[in-house]
Write a new protein. Structure first.
Length: 401
């Protein structure tokens, strides 16, 4: 009779354990590969949750139009400018002119609105007045270091920038309606998208804009024109550009619109070439430093709509509003790499229809506005830095105790 080999019980258990561990390891690796393929691997980045109850409803049956300018002041009050002259037919004032709205709602809110951290409306003003030309289509709002407000416009004839005190007293107009002579005009602008005021040099950087293809810099007190440049620091050229193709070499001029120009704490200027799906970085004098592309396959309105820096001293992160893809991208400022994105298209809190402008407060919270039919201001509460997925979806508040 043939003798069978003998196995000890402990050897059998050990063999099965090794096999189980190997299968578990292979299964985990497969899951990780699947997650990576789906873009769901975890990375370290800032974490946010939408505050669905902020801000509080407007009084007086007021409604917002396209909400296209956003800034946070030194007291962490949140300011917007919206197009109260561009309401839908069913939103126009209840004065008998609307074929739809004949009741008690609605009335256009004043163009400039301010909210405190509790979401209360604390200030409102704006519109045509004596001594200045209010924009046909206001666009962009910024605070300077003296607590004054700057407003641009992207209407067909908007070739100027306005400066007001915080309570709406007119201070200065740069340029004149209808006066734009192109991207090399030193007196007027071309449908300005946004303004940033540098306290150190007392200069205003103007993203100019929808008609022109440049960044322009002026003295913040006198309005004196100081310098300007186009993409890569080139002299701006308003000649026709070929239609954007992500596979072509990058255009040597900005595409319309040049939608933001934001100076960091370490004095680098970040410029949104919106339809070019890119951010270009310059010195304050206009020397090109580098560029990064965001959602490069995006056509039409482009991906690079507006940026805000994280509130840490090093401003490690850039938050980019992407109106076409209905997302906010969190970008490593040093590498210009997109780390993670959140949001989606829709009407609910945490979603957007045309996310347009973005800003941060001293606590690290993010605020966004929406253009087109979005017509809204939202707040996203900063929850610290932690592990997040590459695409986070809609950031609904946590239900954890």
């Amino acid at each position: 009779m043939m003798n069978r080999p003998k196995f000890s019980r402990s050897l059998l258990i050990g063999t099965l354990g090794v096999l189980a561990f190997a299968l578990l390891t292979l299964g985990q690796a497969a899951l990780e590969r699947t997650a990576v393929a789906a873009g769901q691997e975890s990375i370290q980045a800032p974490i946010f949750e939408v505050d669905p109850l902020w801000p509080k409803p407007l009084p007086n049956s007021w409604v917002q139009g396209m909400t296209i300018g956003l800034a946070v002041d030194f007291q962490d009050n949140v300011w917007i400018v919206h197009r109260n002259n561009m309401l839908a037919v069913n939103e126009i004032p209840a004065d008998g002119d609307s074929p739809i709205t004949q009741g008690e709602c609605c009335f256009a809110a004043p163009p400039v609105l301010a909210f405190n951290q509790a979401g209360d409306l604390i200030q409102h003003w704006g519109g045509p007045g004596e001594g200045y030309e209010w924009p046909q289509s206001n666009h962009g709002l910024a605070f300077d270091h003296k607590d004054n407000i700057w407003i641009g416009g992207n209407g067909a004839d908007d070739a100027h920038v306005l400066k007001f005190t915080k309570d709406g007293q007119f201070l200065m107009q740069l340029g004149h309606s209808g006066g734009n002579a192109g991207s090399n005009d030193r007196e007027n602008f071309g449908r300005v998208a946004k303004i940033f005021v540098d306290a150190e040099a007392n200069e205003a950087y103007i993203a100019d804009g929808y008609g022109n293809r440049r960044v322009a810099v002026v003295d913040a007190d006198s309005g004196e024109f100081k310098r300007y440049w186009g993409a890569y620091g080139n002299r701006p050229d308003d000649g026709p550009l070929p239609r954007y193709n992500p596979n072509d070499p990058p255009a040597q001029q900005f595409r319309s619109p040049v939608h933001c120009a934001e100076l960091s704490n370490d004095r680098l200027l970040y410029v949104c070439d919106r339809a070019g799906d890119r951010i270009q970085v310059f010195t304050p004098e206009g020397t090109f430093v580098k560029e990064g592309f965001i959602e490069k396959e995006t056509l039409g309105g482009g991906s690079a709509w507006d940026i805000a820096f994280s509130s840490d001293a090093d401003q490690r992160y850039i938050y980019l509003a992407d109106g076409v893809n209905s997302k906010v991208h969190i970008i490593d400022r040093e590498s210009l790499e997109v780390l993670t994105s959140f949001g989606d298209g829709g009407r609910h809190p945490g979603q957007w229809y045309g996310v347009h402008s973005i800003a941060t407060d001293s606590q690290g919270n993010i605020y966004t506005t929406e253009t087109y039919e979005g017509k809204r201001l939202q707040k996203f509460v900063y929850k610290g830095v932690g592990s997040v997925k590459r695409y986070q979806g809609v950031l609904w508040p946590s239900t954890d105790d």
